[in-house]
Design a protein around this ligand. Structure first.
Ligand SMILES: Nc1ncnc2c1ncn2[C@@H]1O[C@H](COP(=O)(O)OP(=O)(O)OP(=O)(O)O)[C@@H](O)[C@H]1O
Ligand SMILES: [Mg+2]
Length: 163
């Protein structure tokens, strides 16, 4: 396995030309390594791979339950893995429903067990936590790209540039 690059402090990483296998490997790696309380804000157009990445994060957390975007609930909670995974998808929500979501309950981890909070369509959040990993996904002609951008004091995990 090639050496891991350990981005220091606020350095961001962009991974290009990702096939589905590489996207899943990145997700698994994040699921293996992220600390409790990590907030992942996923941005990117329809079909850019947000759910695919969250599913792989669940696999890295060793969650065996199938992970699907929440449709009838505001948040799907998975407790079977290394840490809880709280998965939200703001796409189908009206702004009013987004305002009633109180996502800080999940990222503050006061009323819930601290875990990984993954929010698809984070562009629609009315407010954000102080520290989070912004994940921007992009796909063009089936070429997938993922940028990992730490915001605030978010501690970036070591990322293998060869993904
Ligand atoms: N390299 C890749 N990375 C991610 N997804 C890929 C890749 N190559 C092909 N795909 C396919 O692209 C699709 C991505 O869909 P996915 O549901 O993950 O996107 P999404 O961003 O969550 O979309 P939505 O905005 O509708 O929720 C899947 O069918 C997946 O199999
Ligand atoms: Mg999705």
């Amino acid at each position: 396995m090639p050496p891991l690059i350990d981005p220091v402090g606020s350095c961001s990483v962009t991974l290009n030309n990702l096939d589905i296998h590489a996207t899943r490997q990145i997700g698994k790696h994040l699921g293996n390594t992220l600390a409790a309380g990590s907030v992942l804000l996923l941005e990117g157009e329809l079909g850019s791979g947000k759910t695919t990445l969250v599913q792989a994060i669940g696999s890295g957390l060793k969650i065996s339950e199938p992970i699907d975007s929440p449709t009838f609930t505001l948040v799907n909670e998975y407790f079977g893995g290394r840490l809880p995974l709280y998965h939200m998808d703001l796409y189908r929500l009206q702004p009013q429903a987004v305002a009633q979501l109180y996502p800080d309950i999940y990222w503050d981890g006061v009323e819930v067990e601290p875990g990984i909070v993954a929010i698809e369509w984070a562009e629609r959040l009315p407010y954000r936590p102080s520290n989070y990993l912004l994940i921007q996904l992009c796909s063009n002609d089936n070429q997938h790209q993922i940028s990992l951008i730490p915001v605030g004091n978010f501690k970036m995990p070591a990322i293998d540039k060869q993904f």
